[in-house]
Design a protein around this ligand. Structure first.
Ligand code: NDP
Length: 401
């Protein structure tokens, strides 16, 4: 029986709240806090209706560690689940340290003024969390998150040595909007417009943005064009999966999405450099975010499925082995269960399960950890029952690139 504070009332925060509410034997008291309290109250109303649970809500500016610490002191949670934006990670970690509270998030820190995400800022907190006897779990969504755990599971049960990993993220869903992003538009566009990067034979190699691509036939989604991108889990997996020779990340995009993105880039709308507009400084990408559909509003008419998984090659008992593990998630089924689309759902469910494993002492270990550093078995045992079952196959041919 534990008290949990969830910060961030967007698409992911809503799913985490619903999923925690479904597990009352662990999450006995839930508070959802965010910058805009009205959003928390709307989610609380849905949770009452769908999950028959009453949760507390509050307003907090999580950029201010003092405000967050004050809220923590009044609600007294054992754990804070941070599903606000990556900009708040360090401030929330500070508030957790100041109040003796465990911490979990789904995206690594990124400075607001520079489109660069890296673990170094959060890893630097390792000693402080160790000293305080507190656990911080980083990147416990789907990718990063379940994708890292798939790798740890493969390393533990399927391989003596892993040589290559390709993480493949396909969204074959349709939300009926001309252009929208499935999670926070600002974070999403900053990520996609970066240069591509992958790791091979001990070195990082860069590619022009979205310049490397191939078609892959995803189960239950069909053939889709997937593009090589840099993604944050590559940084920790390179350190934590021994014997790795290459790791890449791929994401699918449709032509209309890429055309919109190209136009927006060409006219300067994706820039994070402030400009003067009618005497006021605005950031074009933040303005774009304000006019785009909110990720949490996409669920209602979303159809189709996602397929996210890891294609892994290496050696078992001295022989070459090829292994592919993935999850398929249906947008409409997610909406029916928790009023969310599958991208928010696939992020929020692993976050809830990571929190459950921490609070039941299975993933409690003082320090700052990426999820592949924990035992994958309890996660893999439970994740199907919470809504994200997995499929394992032994592909007969190589990846088409
Ligand atoms: P949204 O933009 O929908 O929601 C973000 C929420 O955080 C909003 O409610 C926002 O409040 C709140 N927020 C922003 N700033 C503050 C602040 N200073 N103090 C308090 N609350 C604040 O994003 P998503 O729900 O789509 O994404 C949430 C997180 O999940 C992001 O970090 C994203 O990167 C991560 N993610 C991880 C994935 C994974 O697989 N690992 C996949 C998808 C997302 P307001 O409404 O007032 O703006």
């Amino acid at each position: 029986m534990s008290r949990v504070l969830i910060i961030g009332a967007g698409g992911v925060g809503s799913v985490v709240t619903h999923k925690c509410a479904q597990v009352p034997e662990v999450f006995s008291d839930i508070m959802l806090a965010s910058r805009t309290k009205a959003k928390c109250d709307k989610i609380a109303k849905d949770v009452k209706q769908l999950q028959k649970r009453k949760i507390a809500t509050a307003a907090v500016d999580a950029d201010d560690p003092k405000q967050t610490a004050k809220l923590i002191k009044s609600f007294k949670p054992e754990l804070v689940i941070n599903v606000a934006l990556p900009y708040q990670d360090l401030a929330i970690m500070e508030a957790c340290l100041a109040t003796g509270t465990h911490y979990l998030d789904t995206a690594n820190y990124e400075p607001p003024t520079k489109a660069k995400f890296e673990y170094k800022w959060q890893w630097a907190y390792k000693k402080k969390f160790e000293k305080a006897g507190l656990t911080a779990i980083l990147g416990c969504g789907f990718d990063p998150g379940q994708s890292n755990i798939y790798c740890a599971w493969a390393a533990k049960h399927h391989f003596d040595e892993i040589n290559t990993i390709d993480i493949m993220d396909c969204n074959a869903g349709s939300h009926g909007k001309a252009f929208a992003t499935n999670f926070n538009p600002e974070i999403n566009i900053r990520e996609i417009t970066q240069r591509g990067k992958f790791w091979e034979q001990g070195a990082w190699k860069e590619t022009d943005p979205l310049s490397v691509h191939t078609t892959f036939d995803f189960a239950e989604c069909g053939p889709k064009e997937m593009y090589l991108m840099y993604h944050e889990e590559l940084e920790s997996l390179v350190k934590n999966i021994k014997g790795l020779q290459r790791i890449r990340f791929w994401m699918t995009f449709g032509k209309p999405y890429l055309t919109h993105l190209e136009v927006l880039q060409n006219v300067g709308m994706t820039s994070i450099k402030p400009i003067l507009y009618e005497g006021k400084e605005i950031v074009p990408l933040q303005f774009l975010k304000a006019v785009l559909p909110k990720p949490e509003t996409l669920g209602e008419n979303y159809s189709g499925k996602t397929n996210i998984g890891c294609w892994i090659e290496g050696k078992k008992d001295g022989k070459f082995k090829r292994y592919y593990i993935y999850n398929v998630c249906d947008h409409a089924a997610c909406y029916k269960e928790v009023r969310a689309q599958a991208i928010s759902y696939t992020t929020g469910v692993p976050a809830m399960l990571g929190a459950k494993l921490l609070l039941t002492d299975q993933w409690k270990r003082a320090g700052v950890w990426n999820v592949e550093q924990f035992n994958p078995d309890p996660f893999m045992k439970d994740i199907g029952g919470h809504g994200l079952p997995w499929v394992e196959t032994a592909p007969t041919g190589p990846l088409p690139i």
